[in-house]
Design a protein around this ligand. Structure first.
Ligand code: ADP
Length: 154
């Protein structure tokens, strides 16, 4: 019984963690950027995924390491290839909200087999478009996991 009770305490604690408190800064490229520029940004910013935005800064897509590798294998000139033709695009982007639980975000990463989620809010001009607030990645989840572990070490 004591074990069960301890588990439910941990579970309760876990479900209270919010995306907003754990999100990192979103790393973005413009949709007009080339696949070459995106690859350079990926290295310079030391991330695995870039969010692609339009001129208004609204989310239009996501480009991952493998998207860029695939383009590189294709043997075309990466400098001339807009990132917008190799990215995954809206409305097929899986997102999360600042008020959502970190648990729910982690579940999306698992269910959709992706590494990263943009944290968004609806644009005031057009509710079908999203402003970017941050990112949640598998690293975010690992950090929160370690934090929880340290809390219960006493
Ligand atoms: P990698 O491709 O480097 O392993 P991911 O597993 O995150 O990185 O990406 C797998 C595929 O899913 C890629 O084609 C990528 O564009 C797409 N993808 C990544 N994140 C998202 C997301 N949040 N919503 C929709 N598609 C995504």
């Amino acid at each position: 019984y004591a074990g069960k009770k301890a588990n439910s305490v941990i579970s309760e604690r876990l479900h209270k963690l919010l995306v907003n408190d754990y999100k990192a800064l979103p790393i973005v490229v413009q949709e007009s950027a080339s696949a070459y520029d995106a690859t350079v940004t990926l290295f310079l910013e030391d991330v695995g995924t870039l969010f692609v935005v339009n001129q208004k800064g609204l989310l239009v897509g996501v480009v991952s390491r493998k998207d860029l590798l695939r383009a590189a294998i294709g043997n075309k000139a990466l400098e001339e290839m807009p990132v917008s033709i190799i990215m995954s695009r809206m409305p097929n982007i899986i997102t999360c909200l600042p008020g959502e639980s970190l648990y729910s975000a982690a579940k999306k990463l698992i269910d959709f087999q992706i590494d990263s989620l943009p944290v968004v809010r609806e644009s005031e001009q057009d509710p079908r478009q999203f402003e970017l607030l941050g990112r949640i990645t598998k690293t975010t989840i690992a950090k929160a996991f370690v934090e929880l572990g340290e809390e219960s070490e006493v």
